[in-house]
Design a protein around this ligand. Structure first.
Ligand code: TXA
Ligand code: MG
Length: 313
């Protein structure tokens, strides 16, 4: 707690991924987050709060739809973008008129937020553009000496970031698929939740090349992964295949086994991307899940990881 009150940075476990947390009302501390992550300073951060009551102080108004989503999914892997109150500074919001708020469910995050009382700004605790951390060891390996304290809350149970829903306009929009499925959100909203990809540079999770391992990724299907791996091997590349255990993988390729079950795949996703790099291959052929439920978030992260590395490093 002294670390946070003193403007320090804490590696904070949440149910989605580990966050790099700092007092959201301390501008110097927030600036340090950007410096340590290597993230451009106009990119807004999510403010984490202990309860819906605390979140109310950061927004100017909670619409009935915001109330309904918060009641249904908080604490949990859902972030709401809402009109900001004066408590949310330009440093946190990137100068926008909205603020992103979330009440995480992880018991360690809950305990820290309860004791701290205020809001904690926390992006994922990885360097800009790289694979998000789902274990305390990942935070230490990626940001090491630049974090004042890393709390170990075990592996993150969801494994992909929170779903971001923009409720600041006339109709709700899905800005980033994540731990709460679109289907579940639509069930509560009682209307469709279309995706919105603004291409706005201030939303880094929305840049094409993100969450990227160093090796190249090729997205594939169960039926075609073996053939694609063979072709890459023939072309002299070192190849890994990320696929369930029963998928046949050609000799010479490294088989990185992934769960069949989608929630388990989401939980393992960032470990698998790290394993690709540890396997020292040039390219990994990845069998992708169906684009439904949590599969939407997994596929979104895999597509970004596979996208050309245009200057996001
Ligand atoms: O699961 C998560 O959300 C994790 C854990 C630590 O809570 N945090 C996380 O933060 O993924 P970060 O900074 O890596 O991603 C936050 C995303 C960014 O794409 C950011 O641009 C967007 O939220 N965002 C933040 N404030 C916003 C706003 N006012 N309007 C639109 N997008 C916003
Ligand atoms: Mg991130």
């Amino acid at each position: 707690m002294e670390v946070l009150r003193g403007g320090g940075l804490v590696g904070l476990p949440t149910e989605t991924v580990y966050g790099l947390a700092a007092d959201a009302e301390n501008e110097l501390a927030v600036r340090r987050i950007f410096a340590v992550k290597g993230r451009p300073s106009a990119h807004p951060l999510i403010v984490h709060l202990g309860s819906l009551g605390a979140a109310r102080e950061w927004v100017s108004r909670l619409s009935p739809e915001a109330e309904a989503l918060a009641a249904a999914f908080w604490p949990g892997p859902l972030t709401l973008v809402l009109p900001r109150s004066t408590r949310a500074s330009d440093a946190v919001t990137g100068g926008q008129g909205t603020v992103a708020v979330r009440v995480p469910a992880h018991p360690v995050a809950q305990a820290v937020l309860l004791a701290f009382g205020g809001g904690l700004a926390a992006p994922s605790a990885n360097r800009f553009g790289r694979v998000s951390p789902t274990r305390a060891e990942h935070v230490v390996a990626d940001l090491g000496g630049e974090v004042d304290l890393v709390l170990d809350g075990g592996p993150s149970l969801v494994g992909v970031e929170s779903t971001i829903v923009d409720l600041s306009g006339s109709a709700p929009a899905l800005l980033r698929p994540g731990g709460v499925t679109r289907e579940a959100l639509e069930g509560v909203l009682g209307r469709p939740l279309p995706s919105r990809t603004t291409g706005d540079v201030r939303t880094p999770g929305m840049l094409p090349s993100h969450y990227a391992p160093r090796a190249g990724l090729v997205l594939s299907s169960r039926g075609e992964a073996g053939q694609q791996a063979s072709e890459l091997l023939s072309a002299g590349r070192r190849v890994a295949v990320c696929a369930p255990a029963d998928v046949a993988v050609p000799r010479g390729a490294v088989h990185l086994r992934v769960p069949e079950d989608i929630p388990a795949l989401a939980r393992a996703l960032y470990d698998v991307l790290r394993a690709v790099d540890a396997a020292a291959v040039d390219v990994a052929v990845v069998v992708v899940p169906e684009e439904a439920g949590l599969g939407l978030a997994v596929l979104d992260r895999l597509r970004r990881a596979a996208a050309p590395r245009g200057g996001v490093e």
